[in-house]
Design a protein around this ligand. Structure first.
Ligand SMILES: Cc1cc2nc3c(=O)[nH]c(=O)nc-3n(C[C@H](O)[C@H](O)[C@H](O)COP(=O)(O)O)c2cc1C
Length: 318
């Protein structure tokens, strides 16, 4: 019961009367430990706003905006719609104008950064000065230890079955492995799209979860209706993981990449017809508003935890 009391507090400030409190929600000032995945060519202003307004943390990847001017317009739109915390995924590589983009993000109060390329120590001091956090995407312990050496506040465990570029180790193994071996807070990513899956990741010791694939089938996802329809009509058997398009293992809707032997050029519009999604298409069956997905996951998580924690050892033994 202690676990239950610590995890679930009455929430007074929103339409839903509960919050799910973890180390991450306290540090970020959000209601639920649910992060809307930063997704290339998918997560733009509308999705970011919807997830943050629903009590999660909305995010987008900086490469979605080609110029600093485009990024500033997006940040202005987001800030007009919500003053809630938001996050960005930053690629700290010379191929991107990341220094200008990073400065702009700080100006617009971005408090959460996930690094997926390059050395996170380049931004940590400035982010901390602004009261923010830097987590690094990792798929292995080696990458986790390297990120810890560079001073990150936590890790995103990108597990097998995740949409986009995923790892090979299942969430059930990777989250506790990274947490125990590095001592850092860990966010689970890969296959978390329902309340029960969120509850499972918290039980593993994660301080939060990133959900990507399920949000592909949201009204606010910036993709074609054909892509959304493919996500809701494909089962996990229809997802393939291959490195042949980007050079790194990534998960795709198999039918969308049939006959494509290599990825188009960077910046080509052809990328819009190659549809990445993870195995949690299994739990993604209809297109709804992103806020509804966040609320449903949060409420489902609380219900599963309450029902499970209320059971006595005797009841489990019956
Ligand atoms: C279409 C798509 C694009 C993605 N693009 C990015 C990206 O640009 N940067 C990033 O850090 N992760 C990216 N990801 C990975 C997500 O941030 C997240 O880790 C993953 O979707 C979580 O697993 P799930 O899809 O099983 O929910 C992408 C995922 C998808 C499905």
């Amino acid at each position: 019961m202690l676990f239950n009391q610590w995890l679930i507090d009455p929430f007074t400030g929103g339409s839903v009367k509960k919050q799910i409190k973890t180390e991450l929600t306290v540090l970020l000032g959000i209601q639920y430990p649910i992060i809307g995945a930063p997704m290339f060519l998918v997560s733009y202003e509308a999705l970011t706003i919807a997830v943050s307004e629903a009590g999660g943390l909305g995010m987008f990847p900086l490469p979605n905006y080609r110029s600093t001017a485009d990024l500033e317009m997006a940040l202005k739109t987001i800030r007009k719609a919500t003053d809630r915390p938001i996050g960005v995924n930053i690629h700290l590589s010379g191929k991107f104008p990341w220094k200008e983009q990073f400065a702009l993000c700080l100006d617009y109060g971005v408090t959460f950064f996930i690094t997926s390329l390059g050395d996170p120590s380049l931004i940590i001091t400035d982010v901390h000065k602004n009261g923010g956090l830097v987590f690094a995407d990792v798929v292995s312990l080696k990458q986790g230890l390297r990120a810890r050496e560079r001073g990150v506040d936590g890790l995103v465990a990108v597990a097998a079955g995740a949409g986009g570029h995923g790892g090979t180790i299942p969430t059930l193994i990777l989250v506790p492995y990274l947490k125990e071996s590095t001592g850092l807070p860990v966010i689970a990513a890969g296959g978390i799209s329902t309340g029960a899956q969120l509850a499972a990741s918290l039980c593993l010791g994660a301080c939060g979860a990133i959900t990507g694939t399920r949000l592909l089938a949201s009204v606010e996802a910036g993709i074609s209706d054909a892509y959304k329809q493919a996500v809701i009509h494909t089962g996990p058997e229809g997802i393939v993981c291959t490195d042949r398009l980007t050079g790194n293992p990534a998960s795709w809707i198999a039918s969308s990449i049939e006959g494509t032997e290599s990825g188009p050029e960077i910046g080509s519009r052809k990328w819009k017809d190659l549809w990445s999604a993870g195995q949690s298409v299994a739990q993604t069956n209809k297109i709804v508003a992103a806020g509804e997905i966040v609320q449903e996951m949060a409420q489902g998580c609380l219900e599963v935890l309450e029902a499970t924690c209320r059971k006595t050892v005797e009841e489990f033994n019956q």
